[in-house]
Design a protein around this ligand. Structure first.
Ligand SMILES: Nc1ncnc2c1ncn2[C@@H]1O[C@H](COP(=O)(O)OP(=O)(O)OP(=O)(O)O)[C@@H](O)[C@H]1O
Ligand SMILES: [Mg+2]
Length: 332
């Protein structure tokens, strides 16, 4: 039996992204951390789910990893190589290995280009195919995502939402990437179409031995597709572990609250709802201590004063809470 190489496919270490605050009470030049010291690994063939409320920094993390944006600090290693040190032609060439699928194909696809032209573009930019070969590759990519060849001649506006997202997936897969960031790939789709696209992503992963960073605000969706889950709150990971362990027994009270809030279709598994008081605070002025403490049902004075670090648990998770496991929905 061959052994997997030791280095994960992708590692993020202490990734940080600061944005400028719009000039106001904080004055000019002030910044805030949208992503604040985020670290994770994604193994070959693995799906890491990234979940959290709106504004928690999920999309920013995804954009940093694929280098649509440059981080303020931290590192990314891809196949053990310093991914952020790549530039020029070397970066352009290696971009084929790392792709991204966005939430809304309506905006991620160009309305003035045919679907065929959009799927073929990365192949011609990378010099991977041309002429007749290019046309054939586009046809087989469309077939791979469950679309007929005549879609190539159509414009995005002539397709359904589900078909459009399949075109976006075909485009992302065109260069045969090893790693794909899926940023809310089914959030704009109807439930039944969403389920089909999730199945497609799972099939493609098996067939092409892909790895995903799968971003969603919905823990139920993430737990269906991910092997491991990282939960983000206000720019930081607060819990990370196997999807099965997290769903069976969340350790962080924020994870427990997310889990209790996610729509569960099976009534036998429905859990008592843990209400989260208030809106998430602004990352521009994070609370003292544990950023979750103002909304946490089990917060103690310590949580206001000290910031919990992510620490490893005996079952192989990481959690940033002084009182892990106290608030578990559905726990006896
Ligand atoms: N280009 C930018 N300039 C300034 N602030 C930004 C920029 N992009 C994101 N932000 C801010 O950074 C924070 C994190 O945003 P991000 O889009 O990563 O969150 P998210 O978890 O993906 O949220 P959602 O679930 O709504 O997509 C937010 O406060 C957002 O307003
Ligand atoms: Mg987002």
């Amino acid at each position: 039996m061959s052994r997997e190489p030791a280095a994960p496919l992708l590692s993020a270490r202490d990734l940080t992204k600061r944005y400028a605050l719009s000039a106001g009470v904080f004055g000019r030049g002030a910044t805030f951390a949208a992503v604040d010291g985020v670290s994770f690994d994604v193994e070959r063939g693995e799906t890491l789910g990234l979940v959290g409320e709106s504004g928690s920094g999920k999309s920013t993390t995804g954009r940093l990893v694929v280098r649509l944006e440059e981080p303020t600090g931290g590192n990314v290693f891809f196949e053990g190589q310093d991914w952020l040190a790549l530039s020029g032609r070397e970066l352009a060439r290696r971009r084929r290995d790392v792709q991204i699928v966005f939430q809304d194909p309506q905006t991620s696809l160009n309305p003035r280009m045919t679907c065929g032209a959009q799927v073929s573009e990365p192949l011609s930019v990378q010099g991977l195919a041309r002429g007749r070969d290019l046309k054939e590759r586009v046809g087989s990519l469309l077939a791979e995502v469950g679309l007929s060849a005549d879609i190539a001649r159509r414009f995005p506006a002539e397709l359904s939402g589900g078909q459009r997202q399949r075109v976006a997936i075909a485009r992302a897969l065109a260069t045969r990437p090893k790693f794909v960031v899926c940023d809310e790939p089914v959030s704009s789709l109807d439930v039944s179409v969403a389920a089909q696209v999730l199945n497609l992503l799972a099939e493609l992963r098996e067939k092409s031995h892909l790895s995903y960073l799968f971003i969603s605000h919905d823990l139920a969706v993430v737990s269906r597709v991910a092997d491991r889950i990282a939960v983000m709150y206000l720019g930081r990971i607060v819990e990370e572990g196997s999807a099965a362990a997290i769903v069976a027994r969340p350790l962080h009270p924020y994870t427990a609250a997310l889990l209790s809030a996610s729509p569960e279709t099976d009534p036998a598994r429905r859990r008592p709802r843990i209400a989260l008081s208030g809106e998430p605070p602004s990352p521009a002025s994070p609370p003292s201590g544990c950023a979750f403490h103002p909304r946490c049902p089990i917060a103690r004075p310590r949580c206001r004063e000290e910031t919990p670090k992510l620490f490893p648990t005996p079952d192989g998770r990481r959690v940033a809470c002084f009182f892990p496991g106290e608030l578990a929905p559905g726990a006896p």
